[in-house]
Structures are given as C-alpha cells and as structure tokens.
Design a protein around this ligand. Structure first.
Ligand SMILES: [Zn+2]
Length: 226
C-alpha cells in the first residue's frame, strides 16, 4: 500500500434506496477521489416498506460500491414500524407519525462504528446522512443542530478527531433533489420511496406525495409512474 492509498478517506453512506439517499450516494461517487472508499449501509429496523432494501441493493450494485445490511431490533413508536400510531402528548409537541424515535441516532452511531473499523485515527472518516430541507420542521433528528452535536459526540466517543457527519441534501427541496438526481444520472427507476411495500408506489402516502410533487415541480417524469 502506498502513502496515497493510506491517507484515503472513508465515506460511510447511510442508505435507504430512496430518491434522497440515492442522490446522495451519486454525489459521493462523483466526489470520490482516488484511494477513497465508499461503504454503503442499509438498516433493517422493522420497517413495513422493506422493498426499499431491494432498491438499496440494486443501486449499490449499479454504482459498484460495497453494500452492507445491518439488522436492528424492531424500532417501535412509529407508523412505519407498526400498525398503531403513537399519539404525541400535546399539539405543540406533535411529531409526524412516521418519526421513528432514535432511528437517526442509531444509524449515525452504527455507521460511525462501521467506519471506525475500516479506518485509522489519521484517516478522514465521513458519515453521510440524507436529511433534506423538508425534514427540518418535523423531524428533530434531521436538523442541522442535531447533526453537529452527533458529530461532536462521535468524535469524542470514538476518539476520531477527523470524523465528520455530513448531510449534503439538508438545504435542498424535493424539486432540487430531483434535478440533482437527473444531473448525476441516478437510476431513478431503481429507487423506492413509498412507505407501503406494494408492487407499485401507492400514490397516497406522504412519501409518495412529496416524491410526486418534487418530480412535477422539476418537470421530470418519474419512471416509476410509467
Ligand atoms: Zn406510497
């Protein structure tokens, strides 16, 4: 191994197989320099929409990057992982029913732990997470302030001073993400966004709604709708 390879950055991409994280993966692939390594991680956490994991696998294959699937215990307290919705205590505190308590905390910690095993203290280690502008209001674990605090916690807890948490989509709207995906040549036909795991997107869930809106505003035809 030569000196250049030794200093290679490791990029851990937290990947669902949806439109957002697929666009983020395409960005990582595009930005990658020689000697840098991308590790893609998807999580099984009891989500009803496991179909997204087939997408994650297919898209990782498309980009020829290593894909790791990590099995977690069922994460409770969300309409994504159970039939029951957990009501918040007051209107003001209300979180979307699709909020999965603890999910991004665990994803970032486990992503960093995987990256830790694959890098040295002297190497740059980045954990990429696909939080978007639309997530800022409803999801506290997608906000910039949270990401900055997690970065500090992971740096300290893993003794990795060069660790960074990056959320490259955090200022982008769905429309802008669709345009970025088109620009980068993301295989949109392989992505899966719907919260339901049917043959075709249900067209009714929040996730389908925002995807449709994004494509419409971007003036791009969604290949999943054909
Ligand atoms: Zn849907």
């Amino acid at each position: 191994m030569n000196a250049e390879e030794k200093s290679g950055k490791k990029i851990v991409v937290l990947f669902s197989g949806g439109l957002d994280s697929s666009t983020m993966l395409a960005q990582a692939v595009q930005e990658r320099e020689e000697g840098e390594e991308i590790i893609v991680i998807s999580f099984l956490y009891g989500q009803k929409h496991k179909k997204e994991l087939e997408s994650a696998k297919a898209i990782s294959k498309h980009y020829e990057v290593e894909h790791k699937l990590v099995q977690l215990p069922q994460l409770e307290g969300s309409s994504l992982t159970s039939e029951e919705e957990i009501e918040s205590k007051t209107e003001k505190e209300a979180l979307p029913s699709t909020f999965v308590p603890g999910r991004n905390i665990l994803f970032l910690a486990l992503g960093a732990a995987q990256g830790f095993m694959r890098s040295t203290r002297e190497e740059k280690l980045e954990i990429w997470i696909g939080a978007t502008a639309a997530d800022q209001e409803g999801y506290p674990d997608c906000r910039i302030a949270f990401m900055e605090k997690m970065e500090e916690a992971l740096k300290d807890g893993l003794d990795r001073p060069l660790l960074k948490v990056k959320s490259p989509l955090v200022k982008l709207t769905k429309k802008e993400i669709v345009l970025e995906a088109v620009k980068l040549g993301v295989p949109l036909e392989l992505t899966w966004t719907c919260y339901e795991g049917g043959e075709k997107p249900c067209g009714e869930c929040d996730s389908c709604f925002f995807r449709e809106e994004g494509f419409r505003e971007a003036g791009v035809k969604d290949p999943l709708k054909e």
